[in-house]
Design a protein around this ligand. Structure first.
Ligand SMILES: [Zn+2]
Length: 554
């Protein structure tokens, strides 16, 4: 079947197409070269409309244990947010932490066709994938969390051969069906269990006597040598601590040219200047980022209102649990291998700290010279729920609107920030890079995030509205694999997306030592730990896409 979209203004940064009027062609769910003489089975006249690939959220907590805990804990989030079932869609509820089905529908209704869960504990991988399977409309994938797990910490402490560490990292990616690896408060989640409350980049773990620096550099190098496309995804030390800008600068330097992705960097960009000893470190970080092309970031923008923070960083979540709003939280260990902390949070525009966090996120966006190295995230739901993205896009594209919003926040925070003096307005091309082409390139997603020949026909068509919030909140048409699934911002067809994974090669003999380890220390056997392809494919309900790796560095 041939589908044609005619006359649209196309933004496809992966192919350097920026606002050109073009006809685009889809055959059997894939993008194909122009076939001007062929008779199209379906034609959509999109003259005057903006055409982009479906958007990709590279960091959104929509699956895995902590989101379930957040949903169970926050009954407040369910009242008044009920969405009844329709002939087509199922019911759900939740604003800060919407139920799986609602999350899928809402993403699609905003023009998103893929979302990646960044904190899948391998021991929880089965549950995370089941939850993602229950999230319709989106392609998905998950990052395996390593760095506070005892097997790896033992390897590092015992100075085991680097090749064995690489084997373990690759084995874990296969076992958990992951596309990337994330480290959260490197070593800190483990150190917390030994009653430590802080672990800086060069501080020693109290039991293993290794440092977060060792963990970051080892994992980053392992992924590089394994040919995994996405660099180590780093949630650094000292999240949320005033003065943590120094740690973040030191982490960038610690990479020594190795690729690293620093996630929700807004929460790691705090100085200690001013009367309240809380200031923005974003300009200092950007000076260094602009000189270090090996580093990419996403923002973790804070937006005002009720949300819930959910993180593997039990050490830092424990510290902020006293600020919980409403007053409840869950801080827990998981399988003695990682942790988790869920703390509801209400960000207020009149609060100095919250207002400055909002400014620091915006500074981070506006100072970053290279849009290919920065991705648009609120770290859903940590900084704000994902459906605030259209409002955030308007803040980035519209200086006048941004200034109006700046007037409304805590005036001391506004005075402490340079946001008011930044005149940059993001272009549509830059938005398309940040929300499509950039994440796809960074995660190594070959066939999504662009509109080139062979790509999946995930396409979003927007009305060109001067109010960018309205424009990005309700796309006119969204296609998933060539099928029209959203019209005028409403789901009209429910589909399931595929799961993207990466499978670096490794030496299987690592399984011998792992088997012993599982028998001695885990509550499950190694064979049960491994998530099989069948489980993801689930008799055709799901699909696996194995992404190609990068050419090996060694
Ligand atoms: Zn996160």
């Amino acid at each position: 079947m041939l589908t044609k979209l005619t006359g649209g203004k196309v933004y496809d940064p992966a192919h350097k197409v920026s606002g050109e009027i073009r006809d685009i062609y889809v055959r059997d769910g894939k993008m194909v070269p122009p076939e001007p003489n062929a008779r199209a089975d379906q034609t959509y006249d999109v003259k005057g409309k903006i055409v982009m690939a479906g958007a990709i959220d590279p960091h959104t907590h929509i699956g895995g244990g902590k989101v379930t805990i957040a949903r169970m804990m926050l009954t407040e989030d369910h009242y008044g947010t009920e969405v009844p079932r329709t002939e087509l869609t199922r019911s759900g509820s939740g604003d800060a932490v919407p139920s799986t089905l609602l999350a899928g529908y809402r993403y699609a209704e905003m023009g998103y066709t893929a979302g990646f869960e960044p904190a899948m504990l391998p021991a929880n991988a089965r549950q995370a994938h089941m939850e993602l399977a229950d999230t319709p409309m989106l392609d998905k994938g998950a990052f395996a969390m390593l760095g506070s797990d005892d097997f790896f910490l033992r390897q590092l402490a015992a100075k085991q051969e680097f090749e064995r560490i690489k084997d373990y990292v690759a084995w874990t990616m296969h076992a958990a069906q992951a596309i990337a690896v994330k480290v959260v408060n490197p070593g800190g989640i483990s150190d917390f269990k030994f009653n430590q409350r802080k672990l800086d980049l060069d501080e020693e773990h109290i039991y293993y006597h290794i440092t977060p620096r060792d963990i970051i550099v080892t994992l980053a190098r392992a992924l590089q040598e394994l040919g995994v496309v996405h660099p180590l995804h780093v949630h650094g030390c000292n999240l949320g601590v005033p003065g943590n800008v120094e740690t973040t600068l030191a982490t960038i330097r610690a990479a020594e040219g190795l690729p690293l992705h620093l996630t929700h960097i807004q929460f790691h960009s705090y100085g200690t200047e001013g009367d309240r000893h809380f200031s923005s470190g974003a300009p200092r970080i950007h000076e260094l980022l602009n000189k270090n092309p090996n580093i990419s970031i996403d923002v973790g923008q804070v937006m005002f209102g009720q949300t819930c923070t959910a993180s593997g960083d039990s050490m830092r979540q424990f510290a902020i649990s006293k600020n919980a709003s409403p007053k409840k939280s869950v801080i827990m260990d998981i399988e003695c291998d990682a942790g988790c902390g869920v703390v509801p949070m209400r960000y207020r525009d009149k609060s100095y700290v919250n207002a400055l966090q909002w400014c620091i996120g915006l500074e981070t966006f506006l100072l970053m010279e290279d849009p290919w190295r920065i991705f648009l995230t609120t770290d859903h739901p940590n900084g704000a729920p994902f459906y605030t993205y259209p409002h955030l896009i308007r803040l980035l594209m519209d200086k006048g609107f941004r200034d109006d919003m700046l007037q409304k926040i805590n005036p001391d925070a506004a005075a402490m920030s340079i946001v008011g003096s930044l005149t940059r307005e993001y272009s549509l091309d830059e938005i398309a890079i940040m929300t499509r082409a950039g994440p796809a390139r960074s995660l190594g997603l070959k066939n999504i995030g662009h509109l080139g020949t062979g790509a999946c026909a995930d396409i979003t068509v927007y009305r060109d509205d001067a109010n960018r919030e309205t424009m990005f909140a309700t796309p006119e048409l969204v296609f998933k694999n060539g099928e029209l699934v959203v019209r005028d911002g409403k789901v009209i067809k429910v589909v399931n997306g595929a799961t993207h994974v990466a499978r670096p090669a490794y030496d299987k003999s690592i399984e011998t030592s792992l088997k012993h380890y599982f028998e001695d220390y885990h509550t499950m056997r190694m064979g049960n730990f491994v998530v099989s392809d069948d489980e993801i494919e689930n008799n055709g309900k799901g699909a696996l896409i194995v992404e190609p790796g990068r050419a090996r560095a060694s």
